[in-house]
Design a protein around this ligand. Structure first.
Ligand SMILES: Nc1ncnc2c1ncn2[C@@H]1O[C@H](COP(=O)(O)OP(=O)(O)OP(=O)(O)O)[C@@H](O)[C@H]1O
Ligand SMILES: [Mg+2]
Length: 478
């Protein structure tokens, strides 16, 4: 039942996405369900190679297993990988087709019925095409909760699975040869849950016990399926995949995904008002413990994240408690019943308001003039008339900025600046010169992004240079 059938080509030849990639990406998104990846990917590969069999869908999969273990997620993840959006799935909720007469919604009413032109069938060729993309012409079709479907719907499905054809009310046919059909069902879930026996703890089960349990869940699923569906129906399914209860590691990985998704959601939705979440391991552990449930799988984790993190955050944003660029720190509250969420205001860089500046020039008049000017602005100043003295002061005070004359009695300002950067990498170095710099010095300035002030310059120029550059370096927050 697991082996793809080989037969002649029919799919449009596509730039084949490496299967390796597909499997890797899929198993990264759908965590802890290796069987799903291993069984589904070869069918896609076959389609992409143009080798999928004719006269039937590309693959028919029945996904079983407890709630919140990734059945629907698998189909959405495939849509995202193949088409670029998880919405590119034609989804039929079988719960809506429990009564015989409701099947008309699926295929449209036959002509002659009043209002048949107004009933838009759910499954048309157009709708199948609408969920494909430029990247890939494979339609993913999902029949959710198949066990709820009325018998007449199961009969219709039989034709789809068998011949890849569905006859609509108006007598036209829909072709499913370029479709992959997923059926999901909770058949057997209750028995599976009982088997998992949370008392003993699936989470802590040994490897061999776990393998044993997986086998048991599989046979529970099969028995339930055979009881509910006719042998013809079951025989037309390529793979029956039983999803496993999620282990602690899998849940931890899903939590990481959800947090990353939340952050990127904040970034895209809030744009320049966005903030950065800081969630230390203890807070993650808190969410994991609260969100672990054998009964509801990752659904419980998602609810927990929503309740303890997303909702309180939304309230803070809506009431303007988080400013743009802030860090939002999430800690376990005391007592540890919830999370404490605090917005830390963006740091003000004091350097930008009152920088420390080293002035180096052997022109004593200029030096004192600058010293007075900057001192009036409230800046802290150190002055040196030689490279040697400048070196000592730079190492001692690690100033925010250094204003260096190019020609010094014992060295040159450009090379001195490069030297300073090695000791204090974030230092702003500005070079002053009364002459044209030699090309190699010019190149050094460019390489290290040193502004060059040509003498004579306006006093306001130098003050503004330092202010502007330091503010920019502080992220404009100063
Ligand atoms: N294996 C998994 N890997 C990653 N995320 C998962 C996994 N299982 C569940 N989730 C998360 O839980 C949510 C619910 O999962 P999903 O809809 O796939 O459950 P399901 O198995 O289809 O359950 P149900 O039987 O109730 O339909 C997903 O949107 C996803 O966020
Ligand atoms: Mg589902």
């Amino acid at each position: 039942m697991e082996k793809p059938k080989n037969s002649p080509s029919r799919a449009k030849k596509q730039a084949p996405e490496s299967t390796e990639d597909l499997a890797t990406v899929l198993s990264r998104t759908v965590v802890g369900q290796p069987a799903a990846t291993r069984l589904i990917v070869p069918y896609i590969q076959m389609f992409q190679a143009g080798l999928a069999p004719e006269g039937r869908p590309v693959g028919v999969f029945l996904l079983l297993g407890p709630t919140g273990t990734g059945k629907t997620k698998t189909v959405e993840a495939l849509a995202e990988i193949l088409h670029g959006s998880e919405k590119n799935v034609l989804k039929v909720d079988c719960g809506e087709f429990q009564m015989e007469h409701e099947v008309a919604k699926l295929i449209g009413a036959p002509p002659g019925y009043l209002g048949h032109r107004e009933t838009q069938p759910m499954l048309t060729q157009q709708k199948l095409t609408a969920v494909t993309s430029d990247k890939c012409n494979l339609s993913l079709v999902l029949f959710d909760e198949i066990e709820k479907a009325a018998p007449s719907m199961t009969r219709l499905l039989l034709g789809v699975l068998d011949k890849a054809q569905l006859r609509l009310g108006d007598n036209t046919t829909v072709n499913f040869e370029k479709s992959m059909v997923f059926l999901t069902s909770n058949l057997g879930s209750r028995e599976m849950l009982r088997e998992m026996n949370p008392e003993f703890g699936f989470q802590s089960a040994q490897h061999s016990e776990r393998a044993d349990l997986i086998g048991k869940l599989q046979s529970i699923g099969l028995v339930a399926v055979r009881k509910r569906f006719s042998p013809e129906f079951v025989n037309r399914i390529d793979c029956i995949i039983t999803y496993q209860p999620l282990s602690q590691e899998a849940l931890a990985a899903i939590l990481e995904h959800q947090i990353a998704d939340l952050q990127s959601h904040v970034n895209t939705r809030l744009g320049d008002r966005s903030f950065t979440l800081e969630i230390p391991p203890e807070a993650r552990q808190f969410l994991l413990e609260k969100g672990t449930s054998a009964e509801y799988g990752a659904r419980e984790l998602n609810r927990t994240i929503h309740r303890f993190l997303t909702q309180p955050l939304a309230t803070m944003v809506a009431t303007n408690q988080v400013s743009a660029g802030a860090k939002v720190r999430v800690d376990v509250a005391d007592p540890p019943e919830k999370l404490s969420i605090r917005a830390l205001e963006p740091e003000v860089v004091p350097a930008a308001a009152h920088p420390t500046v080293l002035l180096v020039d052997d022109n004593r008049d200029l030096l004192h003039f600058l010293e007075r000017l900057m001192g009036d602005a409230g800046w802290t100043l150190f002055t040196a008339e030689s490279a040697t003295e400048a070196r000592r002061l730079a190492l001692l005070h690690k100033p925010n900025a250094a204003l260096l004359d190019y020609m010094l009695p014992d060295g040159n300002g450009v090379e001195l600046g490069v030297e300073f950067l090695q000791a204090v990498p974030q230092m702003l170095v500005i070079v002053m010169t009364g002459t044209i710099l030699p090309p190699e010095e010019e190149a050094l300035c460019e390489e290290h992004n040193f502004p060059v002030l040509r003498k004579p310059f306006l006093a306001s120029d130098v003050v503004n240079q330092i202010r502007g550059r330091l503010a920019a370096a502080g992220g404009g927050r100063g």
